[in-house]
Design a protein around this ligand. Sequence first.
Ligand code: FES
Length: 680
Amino acid sequence: MDGQLPASVTFRLNGADVTIAPRTGERLSEALRERMAARDVKVGCNAGDCGACTVLVDGAPVCACLMTAQQVEGHAVETVSGLVKDDPVAQALLERFQDHGAAQCGICTPGMMVSAVALLRATPEPDETTVEQALGGVLCRCTGYRKIMDAVMGRPANLYGHGDVGDAIRRLDGAEKITGQEAFGDDVAPPGTLEIRLIRSPHAHADFTLGDIAGFAAATPGVATILTAKDVPGRNLFGVIPDFVDQPVLAETTTRFRGEPVAAVVGTPDAIRSFADGDFPVTWHERSAALTVAEAQTADDLHPHRTGNQMCRGMVTCGDPEKALEAADVTVEGHFTSGFVEHAYIEPEAGYARMVDGRVEILACTQAPIMDRDAVAGILGVSTDAVRILPTGTGGGFGSKLDVSVQPFLAMAAWKTGQPVRMTYGRIESMQSTTKRHPSDIKMKIGATRDGRIAGIEFSGDFNTGAYASWGPTVSARVPIHASGPYRVLNYRAEARGIHTNCVPSGAFRGFGVPQSAIAQESLLDDLAEKLNIDPLEFRIANALENGTPTVCGQVFEQGVGIKTCLTALRPAWESERAAAELFNAQGTDLKRGVGVAGGWYGCGNTSMPNPSTIKAGVTRDGRVMLHQGATDIGQGSTTVITQIFASTLGLPVTGITLVGGDTDVTPDAGKTSASRQTF
Ligand code: FES
């Protein structure tokens, strides 16, 4: 071969000899997915970190993204779909994974299955440590690993009932996740589809001028078109809250955060790979950037009409907190800060779009298909009838996939070229451009009476909402409502502000800012209990909300307030764990143990708004019951639970229901999958 790589590569794939002609250095994962249609091999990070793409090469698990296709010449490759077809170990695991609910969103599951098969072939009855080590190369963001461990170790599952509400049954969509057949955002486009690559700002704040775009396109073979802000047919803005729609699809003259896109190159896969970012004709004029809330106070305003970079503010007050704190027997106060948090779903944002009869159809991962449809229609300047959203499987979202990501670019590219297009964010661009948990800067003061009652609270929190609003207004509204924690507080004042900076936009993430405020409030409750010499658990129990007691907003829940029962139930564990820690610490080693307790609450569903959710059902002439269900299941199980609710209500078994959707053409608006709202 004279040191040259062969033009073709022959190997055994799931028991059959195959020959392909990959590019030099092409990743095995890409070759399998794009040349062999093995979309059961999922890709998460493309860097060997997440393990989603794990396959067996001669029986050993490897990350297919870290091997070149050339390296498997003459070797045997097995993927999850081949294993569940032919291997009794994999077939048994398929059953056990379903019994234990070991697949949630499912994006990691093929990699887990493949790794588990390799382990069980060698060690049919492994102990827990061996399983942990064998599966350690595959990350799961959803399950907490416990159910996966139970499935691999063959522990008994706790399924019961036939599918009525409350019964523990297998997920209706479990098998296809476990066998890798579930199609996620990057799994639907045919090989060779035009791709989109975004040109992103390398600066946190910059003015820019575009150069000879047409010349660049002409000189780059395979480029179909280049989109800039001028190509946005409708409104060059998107956002999630009507009065705060402020983010350009493509920046016009100024970028406000590092990673903000200014142009979208659409072309063949080879064309998209053929140039470096620095080749693209754009000139940057870097400007000073405000990266923290403190810097934003004196920086130029990022947006007109948002003076001092204040996006919005929320406040709740009741009683007379100032007087109450003055009169309190003890007070504590603190200053707390927290940073950005990335959602870290294993599936990066991805999708595919095509024109069908003059309409654009988008197949992409999402938590909110109707919102995506409405956003895309506004960007294209068309009615919502011209847009169809077909949600793919979503490999985790955790709040960030409530906002559009790839959808506007897919829609514009398909609309302009008339051709199908696909787009998948790399891990870096997913991290740098999609929403994060808000960093917080909180000052809080709490007072209590000598007998251990909370007397009053003052709270003030600034939340770094980044360059654009996203769900920042929700954070500003929710935090003051919840900064008391689930406790009775009669004198209270809490204010939260969303402040713009030149950072990536902050958005939705479990609790919308409430976890940040809980860090401050629960820490100070510990300090108060210590000052009062009261047990921290008993202090919380004494102050916990109950049925009939008002919250700081004056809301009175007549039933269902369970925090006191919950905390009371902790007493035996609290005592025994503290005693155990004391014993351990008395041994005098450098290691010390501590035991803590904290309470928390947050709102389920839309904040201070109605929470409508709609399904549609019917019976066909041949007697089938059809459930048109558009709520997106991003791993939490709503597809199964909503079917259980519907079937129970009708008095039918779940197996008697035919599911249709999600598809904005045929499934009515079930609202977004956020804040635990789909099945709560
Ligand atoms: Fe493992 Fe979602 S089920 S990442």
